[in-house]
Ligand binder design. Sequence first.
Ligand SMILES: Nc1nc2c(c(=O)[nH]1)N[C@H]1C(S)=C(S)[C@@H](COP(=O)(O)OP(=O)(O)OC[C@H]3O[C@@H](n4cnc5c(=O)[nH]c(N)nc54)[C@H](O)[C@@H]3O)O[C@H]1N2
Ligand SMILES: Nc1nc2c(c(=O)[nH]1)N[C@H]1C(S)=C(S)[C@@H](COP(=O)(O)OP(=O)(O)OC[C@H]3O[C@@H](n4cnc5c(=O)[nH]c(N)nc54)[C@H](O)[C@@H]3O)O[C@H]1N2
Ligand code: SF4
Ligand SMILES: [Mo]
Length: 670
Amino acid sequence: MTTYKSACPLNCWDSCGFEVEVENGKVIKIDGNKDHPITKGKICGRGRMLEARTNSHDRILHPLKKIDGVFQKISWEQALDEIAHKLTIIKEAYGTTAVFHSHDYANGGLLTKIPERFFNCYGGVTEIIGSICWGSGIEAQKWDFGNAASHAPEDIYNSKNVIIWGRNVSRTNMHLYGYLQDVKKKGTKIIVIDPIYNATAKMAHSYIPIKPGMDGFLAIGVMKEIIRLNKEDKHFIKNYTVGFSDLEELLDRVSIEFIETNTNVPRETITELAHVYSDGPTATYMGLGMQRYANGGNTIRLIDALVAISGNVGRPGGGANFGNLQVGQSFDSNALTLPSRKTNTRTFTMMQQAEGILSAIDPEIQMVMVSCGNPLTQVPDTSIVQKAFKSVQTIVVLEQFMTDTAKLADYVLPSATVFEEEDIYYSSMYHHYVNYGPKLVDPPGEVRSDVWIWTELAKRLGFGDDFNYTREEFIRMGLGELQEKDITLEKLREEHHLPLPVEHVPWHDYQFLTPSGKYEFTSTIGEEKGLDGHLKIVYPKESTFEDAVLAQNFPYSLLTIHPLRSNHSQHYHLIDSLQTVKVEISTDIAEDKGLNPNDKVRVYNERGEIIGKVQILKHSAPNIICIDEGQWHEFGGSVNQLTPNRVSDNGLGSTLYDCLVNIEKIMIEQ
Ligand SMILES: Nc1nc2c(c(=O)[nH]1)N[C@H]1C(S)=C(S)[C@@H](COP(=O)(O)OP(=O)(O)OC[C@H]3O[C@@H](n4cnc5c(=O)[nH]c(N)nc54)[C@H](O)[C@@H]3O)O[C@H]1N2
Ligand SMILES: Nc1nc2c(c(=O)[nH]1)N[C@H]1C(S)=C(S)[C@@H](COP(=O)(O)OP(=O)(O)OC[C@H]3O[C@@H](n4cnc5c(=O)[nH]c(N)nc54)[C@H](O)[C@@H]3O)O[C@H]1N2
Ligand code: SF4
Ligand SMILES: [Mo]
């Protein structure tokens, strides 16, 4: 048995360092790498279970083709020849944008950029813009600061107060949770703002059960109080910002009474938050939950504005921490993806890819290729997604398992896991270390790496020269100028992780990347895009404010948060106890509807329904129903049967949690 250092590939805040035990050519155990400066030997069950994912008997081991509705094994030659032939015909008859590439970010490896290279060299296909995950918040921070950049994890030791605003830290970002436990012992005050009382709320000094989608109003209230108390950072506002008078006007238009009534947060708490923000340094760690609303971009902008006026921007121990794009921006994406080779282009938003497919003309979509994604489970409004995918002539899915999406495919190409190929891994969400993942075992059966698959297709399509590189050469290409800073593949192989050259306290020099070079309360980028760059008063779409009739028929907010033990849809099939739908409800709903734990219920709205078993949320905002995302069809189905596919206010995010439902008990017949 030999132990190797490796890395977690899962789409997660934490990007952990691994130690992997290998025996007789098989991965047998995964543990944390104690030497990793941030993740320090601790990993979660999802990481550990990559062993089970790798060794599972359910792995797809051969190329498959659906013939008369049934999957049959075919050779790689046949699969690649047929797919390449179809791509050639489509290009000639309809143009390259008749192909749609559907993907997400299920793997944090650098070489997951290779499909983009493939599609650019092919001529440019219909591609996805925006992000179901964090799109609204990232765009919001680009408007405000010019980029989305977080403080380095260790900077939390400089914070006097930490606000965890809509991030389910103990579940989704376990190493931040570790830091919270540590700074709490040193006297740092921790406040959690979340509709649901989670394990992080339990360890915090105070918990604020906010009404879903109303965080922007809370930020407005806190800003009003800071100004009333004359505690705003006048020097920062005067010298380094634009649009403050627009913000002041907006604050005047909303009363504290309105905020109290509609956020579920009492005035004293709003005033206390004003003191906490102005008596910093106060770090704000925003999660992605609260920006998955129709007003999500504006919400993040209002929280950014609160961080800014309270003097917590560019200050050690402060920060408006959301994503950390600086990490991914360190790499040379263009060298890997060759954007200049693209001669045609068309885009669908991530959220409305299904509508895109259904409504595309000139050309209609002839083929969908899916990699690193499971849209049938993960993309909102499942019935439309299903209809769209079923309407397409040819679907090709690169997968490890027979997911709900793979089941709809015409060709399924078996794809390697993290331990079966060399790559380097990073996450642009939290810390700034890039981790090395060696090839540790051979892939089983006829499984091949995604890069091999794209390369073989490229050769058949006449642009093999663009793929005439080894994995090592591709990794070096992506490292680009980092190599001049001594971040080389050799060094990564030796050290297993290296820090990327990013700002640890972003904006400390107050040189913002916005068009004005200042922090922008009123955004030029927004205006340049033809949108209103002002901060606004906007509500969730599915709310009493926007649709009173809908809110009467469907009175409960459905939150569809990330599961504890699965990374999205990736672990449900491996853990028996996850294979039911759990419907968590707030105590007021339990009382109103006479529901008890384990009652069978139907949760429904105009888009769909899901059946599951009741659990009671001990403490939360009222009118909350929570169902974890990621469930497979065979185990009760994806909660996205209920979620809307509207795009968020700034056009690039999802509105997954901006979703009203009703609930009823299912009487079990005798
Ligand atoms: N265990 C586990 N960890 C994961 C993942 C996973 O699937 N499983 N996925 C990873 C990925 S891809 C991502 S994007 C991250 C996401 O990480 P998080 O942002 O932590 O997780 P989410 O589940 O998206 O939702 C976050 C929180 O938002 C709260 N919330 C919902 N609506 C509102 C609101 O209106 N206001 C406020 N204040 N809070 C609200 C929810 O109650 C929840 O606690 O997690 C990563 N880590
Ligand atoms: N209702 C609701 N829906 C959500 C969310 C929510 O909070 N609520 N969260 C959203 C968020 S934040 C995200 S990030 C998305 C995630 O959505 P997805 O990324 O689509 O979901 P996953 O289940 O992580 O992974 C998709 C598939 O990629 C495959 N895969 C893994 N590694 C590789 C690889 O190297 N190559 C190939 N070819 N395939 C691979 C896995 O086997 C898996 O089946 O879901 C979104 N959907
Ligand atoms: S899923 Fe996240 S927390 Fe778990 S091991 Fe992987 S990177 Fe670490
Ligand atoms: Mo995500």
